[in-house]
Design a protein around this ligand. Structure first.
Ligand code: TRP
Ligand code: ZN
Length: 950
């Protein structure tokens, strides 16, 4: 049977032709998944020698090259060997089969070194290059950070070190010799096992590392520097002792324990859950301040952004702790899903990232509250991945083309990819999923494979056909699932009629149905789950227990349940968010939602019902406020959202409150539902905190037809918070009181302690919107008396949104307290960046020249510049000043670091979600970015594709 996935692929291929990009001075080349061909040569062994010196570093690379071109036609010469490079990598010499080549015997361009006239069979190549890591601001390849050397090779950074076949299907065994000044760089780390160390002339020393496992070059790493270390040990399930080390700057040694603790949890979890054991005697983690992403899974030498791996109660929040655990787990889990089994080509990135993200999500679920973790993951997916999937950069979890691979480390590849992996688990069950994983490793250990190989292992291990899951890999866009329900009181049957549609995305106008597993329950009149008895076409009845999974894979289908009883049940659909879709239940009333919020046995859907109620009300508020005073200049009575354009602060607030009052304000039933949640003693505090959080602004924006006015939407969200806090003040204050710990109680990162803080701080945040002087004073007191960062930043976060002297007092006190801790100052920058306080753009502008801000450091750019884009009031200011500010920043950062600059363009990509005047302003900035001279390929790709979809 032909895999349906193929049809989906044909569509995108046909469309690709029309999908041409505007011109760029250096005409970047798109790479296409369809063009994959195995390399003509492989590399069996790599012997690297790094001579690290202050002026320049010399890298000598000795390769054992083997032919992979098959039988040559009679008399034909071997094909050329084209090695990848980068223009800042100076070629010193190249030798083939022991003979140094003269200039003219090889071809060198900015990007490649081509060797021809090669011998048949295996031969050696020696490449000597010279690098200036101290000038490498891209942070790809070999660079210096805080005086130490480190590397980042994924995706295509190894070519920034030496000329090489820089592609993941070339897997080699590596030996690395590192030599450096012994006093300045006492620690020398590489992949694998430490084989030898020794002294060299001139106060220098060296180390030789041997990695016994073949790996693609993107997993290569080296670190040389002055670093302090902490060590622990882990005994694996087969009784081997593994030494675990974390290396940090001396001053951060007190923040290193949690990473080792989390690593041990992760190692144990992977053994218990998947039978996966660590495969070397040494595992190293290094914290680096200048790092483009969160962390990197280099074989046995994981390198982390210091903001992701360092934590102490006084400097890190509960959220930081839980992220740390997730990221440490993520990188560790890559040892099997990514390193032992890797990707054949970069289009397959989700093979390792979607799967490893799924694994880290499951790890975190098992360590903490499963329900809360699921809610958090779905919130992120909806707020950010759905936006990506509905915008001009929409791409399938397995993309069809790219200019710069770095631009495809996206929420789609990672988080939607993880949802796709979760579909297998939902369909096969935990045990079936495990069987599939076992077969995957049995078949592919040591190989570079594709997403199809993963699907085949899952299918074969379970003896089922999973071809229809293939469509999820090839098709972009968030599917819409529409369900109509019908109860027949006479036959006591209940029928769900499901329809699905995936909207067109750039390059993919026509979509196919996808396989949607619908996990569901039916609630009886007393709120308990009814037995699910599904009637099949042939008349047979299948018993699904009280939570079943329907397999919906056509454009439309009906499912009928029998013996549902004398009353119409209330459906609880897509329990646990069993597929990454947008669900609409026709005829779902507020009464249904209140009923589910009170009774659903599925905690995810309890939360979801509350979100739906809040979303409906917020949309009503928004439309009422937008319509309150039609814009004078919209001739056709036109675009209602534009009506409030330009209103700010108190005026905007008054507008929203008037409009809201006109339809009776917040209904009592909603207030009562929230009251029930806050006061329910049976509910976990973290769950309550989630249930008391309103849908994110990003998620709400998706729901506004014709484009949203972000300041107005934000004002509505704030007005609802204020209204709820006004009526529930006694309950919220009780929650604060009951969940406050005495100051002498030491901080613990544990589920129960986090739950108390989460509920308390959520209640405080709601109360803070009242802008009551007594509450504001209490916030300031709590800020001053906080004994951990979670409480401190929670209070500060509330104060920053308020105007008045408390705001400045708190910000100044915080800065004075943490002047010497750049990681904590990231929070300080971030809070100010995203603030909606009047006149805040000027403050953000001033911060760009504050000593706490360093534009060459990615974390600083993300906190302040990207952080600014989170301010609905100022980034989306009606006069376009916020957009101009970010575009200026993009251009400035692009001169330093292309990957970071490209990430700063993302807020412009979603221009279509906003009202027409804002759309025009955002597109104008994209145009301006594109017209800038010497634009990087990274920024070019995002900006041009964003505009192209106009
Ligand atoms: N593979 C890394 C991870 O998922 C991602 C990563 C780290 C990365 N650094 C990078 C990707 C630099 C591109 C460029 O954990
Ligand atoms: Zn990863």
């Amino acid at each position: 049977m032909a895999a349906p996935a193929n049809d989906a692929e044909e569509i995108s291929e046909a469309e690709e032709e029309e999908h041409k990009l505007p011109p760029h001075p250096t005409t970047p080349q798109q790479k296409s998944r369809k063009d994959y061909a195995p390399p003509p040569y492989l590399i069996a062994n790599v012997d690297l020698d790094f001579d690290l010196r202050e002026e320049a570093c010399t890298v000598t690379s000795r390769l054992t090259v083997t032919p992979n071109y098959g039988q040559l036609p009679a008399g034909a010469a071997p094909p050329p060997l084209v090695l990848d490079g980068r223009k800042d990598v100076k070629l010193v010499s190249v030798a083939v089969a022991g003979r140094k080549l003269e200039a003219g015997e090889y071809q060198l361009t900015d990007k490649t070194l081509t060797l021809s006239g090669l011998p048949e069979g295996e031969f050696g190549v020696e490449v000597v290059t010279e690098l200036k890591p101290q000038d490498n601001t891209l942070l790809e390849g070999l660079y210096k950070s805080s005086g130490n050397y480190s590397t980042q090779c994924e995706a295509e950074g190894f070519r920034g070190i030496t000329y090489f076949l820089d592609r993941p299907d070339v897997m080699a065994k590596y030996t690395t010799r590192i030599e450096a000044d012994a006093a300045a760089y006492p620690v020398l780390l590489g992949n694998g096992n430490l084989k030898e160390t020794g002294q060299a002339d001139g106060g220098r020393h060296y180390a030789v590392w041997v990695d016994p496992y073949p790996k693609p070059c993107y997993l290569f790493a080296l670190v040389a520097g002055k670093l302090a270390m902490k060590e622990r040990h882990f005994t694996t399930c087969s009784g081997r002792d593994v030494t675990l080390r974390i290396f940090v700057q001396e001053r951060n040694l007190g923040k290193a324990d949690q990473a080792l603790e989390s690593l041990i949890h992760a190692m144990k979890w992977d053994e218990d859950t998947y039978g996966l054991e660590y495969d070397l005697d040494l595992f190293n983690i290094v914290a680096v301040d200048d790092f483009n992403m969160g962390a990197m899974e280099n074989k046995s030498l994981n390198i982390f952004n210091s903001s992701r791996v360092l934590a102490s109660p006084a400097t890190a929040t509960d959220l930081d702790y839980s992220r740390l655990e997730g990221v440490v787990g993520h990188e560790y889990f890559h040892n099997w899903t990514g390193n032992r089994v890797t990707c054949r080509d970069w289009f397959q990135l989700t093979l390792k990232e979607g799967l490893t993200r799924y694994r880290d999500q499951e790890f975190t679920s098992d360590m903490n509250s499963r329900a809360v973790k699921r809610i958090e993951d779905v919130m992120l997916l909806r707020a950010s991945q759905f936006t990506e999937d509905g915008g001009p950069m929409a791409h399938p979890v397995r993309p069809d083309s790219y200019i710069k691979m770095d631009n495809f480390y996206t929420l789609t590849v990672y988080n939607k990819g993880a949802e796709v992996v979760r579909l297998y688990e939902t369909l096969l069950g935990k045990a079936g999923f495990r069987k599939g994983m076992d077969l995957y490793f049995q078949r592919h250990d040591g190989q570079a494979v594709t997403c199809d190989d993963f699907r085949a292992a899952m299918a074969d291990a379970n003896g089922v056909n999973l071809d229809s899951l293939g469509v999820w890999y090839g098709q972009a866009g968030t599917p819409h699932l529409h369900v109509r329900t019908a109860y027949d009181g006479i036959s006591q049957t209940y029928t769900l009629t499901c329809r699905q549609r995936t909207p067109p995305t750039p390059g993919q106008p026509d979509k196919r149905p996808v396989l949607i597993p619908i996990r569901l329950g039916l609630l009886g009149p007393d709120g308990s789950d009814l037995p699910l008895r599904l009637r099949h076409k042939d008349g047979s009845v299948e018993d699904l227990g009280t939570t079943g999974v329907l397999r919906f894979e056509t454009a439309e289908a009906s499912f009928t349940f029998v013996e549902v009883g004398p009353a119409e049940p209330v459906p609880s659909l897509l329990r646990g968010f069993s597929a990454p879709v947008k669900l609409e239940v026709e005829g779902q009333t507020d009464e249904h939602l209140y009923f589910l919020l009170a009774h659903d046995s599925d905690p995810f859907n309890r939360w979801e019902s509350g979100q739906r109620l809040a979303r409906k009300l917020l949309m009503r508020m928004y439309h009422a406020a937008a319509a309150a005073a039609p814009a004078a200049n919209s001739a056709d009575g036109g675009h209602e959202a534009a009506a409030a354009n330009g209103l700010q602060g108190d005026e905007l607030r008054a507008r929203v409150e008037l409009a809201c009052a006109a339809f009776g304000g917040v209904p009592d039933s909603l207030v009562e539902a929230y009251r029930a949640v806050v006061t329910d003693p049976a509910l976990d505090g973290s769950f309550k905190a989630m249930a008391m959080s309103l849908p994110t602004l990003n998620e709400l924006m998706e729901g506004v037809e014709g484009g949203a006015d972000p300041p107005l939407l934000h004002a509505c969200r704030l007005a609802l918070s204020r209204a709820l806090a006004g009526v529930l003040r006694p309950e919220l204050q009780a929650a604060v009181k009951d969940n406050s710990d005495p100051p002498e109680q030491p901080y613990r990162y544990a589920a129960d302690a986090c739950a108390r803080r989460a509920l308390k701080n959520r209640a405080l945040a709601l109360l803070s919107t009242l802008e009551d002087p007594a509450i504001t004073a209490e916030l300031l007191r709590r800020f001053r008396e906080a004994t951990n960062m979670t409480d401190e930043i929670a209070a500060l976060g509330c104060l920053v949104e308020l105007s008045g002297p408390e705001r400045e007092a708190a910000l100044t006190a915080f800065y004075d307290k943490f002047t010497h801790d750049p990681l904590v100052l990231l929070k300080w920058l971030g809070l100010q960046a995203g603030s909606n306080a009047p006149g805040n753009l000027e403050r953000v502008r001033a911060l760009t020249s504050h000593p706490a801000f360093n534009i060459s450091n990615p974390n600083n750019c993300y906190a302040l510049l990207l952080g600014f884009s989170h301010s609905p009031a100022h980034f989306h200011a009606a006069d376009g000043s916020g957009y101009a500010f970010l575009a200026d920043a993009v251009l400035k950062v692009d001169g330093i670091n292309h990957q970071v600059a490209a990430r700063l363009v993302a807020p412009f990509s979603s221009w279509r979600r906003y009202d027409p005047p804002r759309q025009a302003l955002m597109k104008a900035q994209l145009q301006r970015i594109l017209e800038a001279p010497r634009l990087s390929e990274n920024v070019f790709e995002i900006a041009s594709k964003s505009l192209k979809a106009a």
